[in-house]
Design a protein around this ligand. Sequence first.
Ligand code: SF4
Length: 319
Amino acid sequence: MALVGIAKLAAEGPLLEAKRRVQYFEIAARSILNRTKPNMPFQWTINPYRGCEFGCKYCYARYTHEFMEMAPAEFEDKIYAKTAAALLLRQELRKVAPTEHIALGTATDPYQPAERRFGRTRSILEVFARERGRFLGITTKSDLVVRDLDLLREIARRNVLSVNMTITTLDEKLARLLEPRAPRPALRLEAVEKLSSAGIVTAVFPNPIMPGITDSERSLDRLAKEARNRGAQSFGGGPLFLMPSAQAVFLPFLEEHFPELAAGYRERFERSAYLDRAYKDELRTRIHRIRERYGLASGPIDYRPELWAAEEQPTLFEM
Ligand code: SF4
């Protein structure tokens, strides 16, 4: 079958490096700012990469590789760096109204290993450092974010900035299983501390919260307490959501590592990508109680990834 659109571009992109089984490519994007659906806490998203080497087993963003006719597992093996990201951003910021919020890192981690080589996230921050009055939120699982402390401080002087660190668990072994190539939770907490000490507003996100794995009051409480102790101001939290492309990786993972949970998950998620209302309500109450205990605000971003980044696709297809 002949490849078209972004699948063709992906196949033709020059292979820049092979490291372990991960391959890095560059891909031309026509646009870097993507509009979200209405009624979201942010109106625009920026994803400097396509794919994410951290390879979280629950990752919802695997669907972005389906558009390139790739298997869900290739999401973590084939990483695409978008070219001319800063140039595009400078041009496109004109269409962002002063009150609109921009989220960086909704379908990829902006500080995954590729960032050390390509520096696309840093180039984007250099643009924001010259702006004023913008609302920017950065979400990551990587302590590499502290590399950009100089720019983050500069941005925070004249804009409203928050850095959201995702930490699903403090259990190092569990984190290694769930997020095989992401920095250890301890490193992420250290990054939160460095950022908050430098005056950057930080949040800790335990997303996605996974039933029977990371959703216990004890586990979330420990996490919130650490977040508070390291200077985070808010603690967001939302339940797991599994589209078919994410199920293809997560359900076999459960069968291997959590066989006692696998049948229940399969039964729940084959009915719907979302957990039921009763579970969500209970979780919301639990998170609220924990936040109150530690004086943390609610997260600046609702965990609704199904609404975040889908509109990126048409832009790239138009290339
Ligand atoms: S860090 Fe985020 S984008 Fe990357 S694999 Fe994990 S969940 Fe997906």
